[in-house]
Design a binder for this molecule. Structure first.
Ligand code: SF4
Length: 211
């Protein structure tokens, strides 16, 4: 096995224990296919499902599996009009299951997410009955400070390249701590503990996923 994989597997097991100590439900899956299998095991048939910022969920094949399965999907990515998209985003706030990724994780089991509109962090905090986080081991930093730093200086500028908005990071690839009207870093959420117990579930994947 490759050194990187060995390292991911070892750190992944530690992270899962630390997440569980904070009353999150957490699983480590070594690869995308086992992560997909676990996610489908956790989402009951017939459930309503929405998402926000869920590139890692897409990369393990979860979004397509849900679209093709027996679920009620609020699909913001396939909306035909801005009104349809808005409806999908709003419906997702009250879904049975909300899917998301993480912008940063600390090895001691805390999650950092940055949001532009706020719908994603809102859903993580309250609304959907369950929140399922899929995150690759590339998101895991040694400390919370490093996880926040990763979210702000790596994930956000990378994310911004997709939106092509006129912000400093779009031009330079580096965060300029902007106050632009089109800034995507408007809310920074640290999720340090889970109440009710088990409402937030994590699938930690032993591969690089997302941004
Ligand atoms: S420059 Fe602005 S939009 Fe870009 S990462 Fe920094 S705060 Fe976010």
């Amino acid at each position: 096995m490759e050194p990187k994989q060995l390292c991911y597997d070892k750190r992944g097991e530690i992270l899962v224990k630390n997440l569980q100590s904070r009353h999150f439900e957490a699983y480590y899956c070594p690869d995308k296919s086992s992560a997909l299998e676990k996610a489908l095991e956790l989402i009951p048939k017939g459930a309503s499902v929405g998402w926000g910022g869920a590139m890692s969920c897409s990369q393990i094949g979860l979004l397509d599996a849900l679209r093709q399965g027996e679920y009620r999907v609020f699909d913001r990515d396939r909306a035909q009009t801005p009104e349809e998209k808005e409806m999908a985003v709003r419906s997702s706030l009250n879904a049975d299951v909300f899917l998301t990724g993480a912008n940063g994780l600390s090895l001691d089991g805390q999650m950092v997410n940055i949001d532009g509109t706020g719908n994603r962090v809102a859903a993580i905090i309250y609304g959907p009955k369950k929140v399922l986080v899929v995150a690759g081991m590339n998101k895991v930093m040694d400390t919370l400070d490093e996880a926040v730093r990763r979210a702000r200086t790596i994930a956000a500028p990378l994310n911004q390249q997709r939106f092509c908005l006129n912000n400093p990071c779009t031009v330079t690839g580096t965060c300029g701590d902007c106050k632009s009207e089109t800034c995507i870093c408007n809310q920074i959420l640290i999720t340090r503990h889970c109440r009710p117990v088990g409402r937030i579930q994590f699938i930690i994947v032993g591969e690089d996923l997302g941004l």
